[in-house]
Design a protein around this ligand. Structure first.
Ligand code: NCD
Length: 294
């Protein structure tokens, strides 16, 4: 049994094995989680992550226990630690999302069951990165030799932070594009210094040579004073037509606010709904990996 708190918990081989297993799930129907109880414990809003983990568990024959903080004894003053201890008694695996950085690690530290980090503050979101990589893997059959532009609020977006940890393992070229004040923290930038080919505050420049544009929204829940993107940070069909030289694919962890024009949704550039779909297959693989049932 293995927890997944950070992408750094995985080797390059582990990531490729998980992609292969997720791909297997695109066609196969296995019941590897029969008799397993999966607890989802989300202290922050979620649509895709929570439902795709639950859907993945149900598709593999598992059962869901859905913890709701509003209706739990946390409201009576119970501690986080005691809440996690109860999750250990009632379930076989815990999927946790929490606004505090390090919360998943803390839960893991006091758990005997595997813990999956479904997002801890602005720190990490490893299962999102795995489904992002799986989406690229499905397109190219490998995870090397492409250029990816990470764009938007690189400072606060945990999906970006986990993606950085993963990209340093692969032979890829990285472009960083952020509005002033939202740049990637320097410690993370240093990790991919050997992959970095351009750092810019111009989205137009950033997309010129990219195969993938990974866009993110402004993370207002991390700092309510953050301004919205100005128009130069909205991806439109015109922007792509004029400035992208390659057949660029647009990725986004979602939810989007207004940073990708809906006019692109049905275009061959849009990969963001595919990502959401691939999330179920990858999370099937993650649950099996964590529970040691494959
Ligand atoms: C991301 C998250 O929660 O960090 N969303 C997701 O899980 N699909 C990104 C975001 O909320 O912007």
């Amino acid at each position: 049994m293995k927890s997944l708190i950070s992408i750094n918990d995985l080797s390059k081989d582990d990531i490729i094995r998980l992609c292969n297993r997720a791909f297997y799930h695109t066609a196969a129907h296995t019941q590897t989680l029969i008799n397993k109880i999966i607890m989802t414990m989300f202290f922050e809003p979620s649509t895709r992550t929570k439902f795709s983990f639950e859907s993945a568990a149900l598709r593999l024959g598992g059962n869901i226990l859905n913890f709701s903080s509003d209706h739990s004894s946390l409201q009576k003053g119970e501690s986080f630690n005691d809440t996690i201890r109860m999750a250990n008694i009632y379930s076989d695996i815990l999927i946790i999302r929490h606004p505090e950085e390090g919360a998943a690690f803390k839960a893991c530290d006091i758990s005997d069951i595997p813990v999956i980090n479904a997002g801890d503050g602005k720190n990490e979101h490893p299962s999102q990165t795995l489904l992002d990589l799986f989406t690229i893997f499905r397109e190219r059959q490998n995870l090397d030799n492409y250029t990816i532009c990470l764009a938007g609020d690189l400072k606060h977006n945990r999906a970006i932070h986990s993606l950085i940890y993963a990209l340093k393992l692969f032979n890829v070229s990285v472009i960083l594009a952020a509005p002033p004040g939202l740049e990637l923290p320097l410690d993370l930038e240093h990790l991919i210094a050997h992959r970095l080919i351009l750092k810019t505050s111009s989205l137009e420049k950033a997309i010129q040579n990219a195969d993938y544009l990974y866009m993110t929204r402004v993370q207002k829940e991390r700092d309510e004073n953050l301004p919205d993107y100005d128009n130069s940070w909205i991806i439109t069909p015109e922007l792509i037509k004029i400035h992208a030289f390659k057949d660029i694919k647009i990725m986004h962890p979602l939810p989007r606010v207004n940073e990708i024009s809906t006019e692109l949704d049905l275009s061959s550039h849009a990969l963001y709904f595919e990502q959401a779909k691939n999330g179920v297959f990858m999370r099937m693989a993650i649950l099996e990996y964590a529970l040691g049932v494959w």
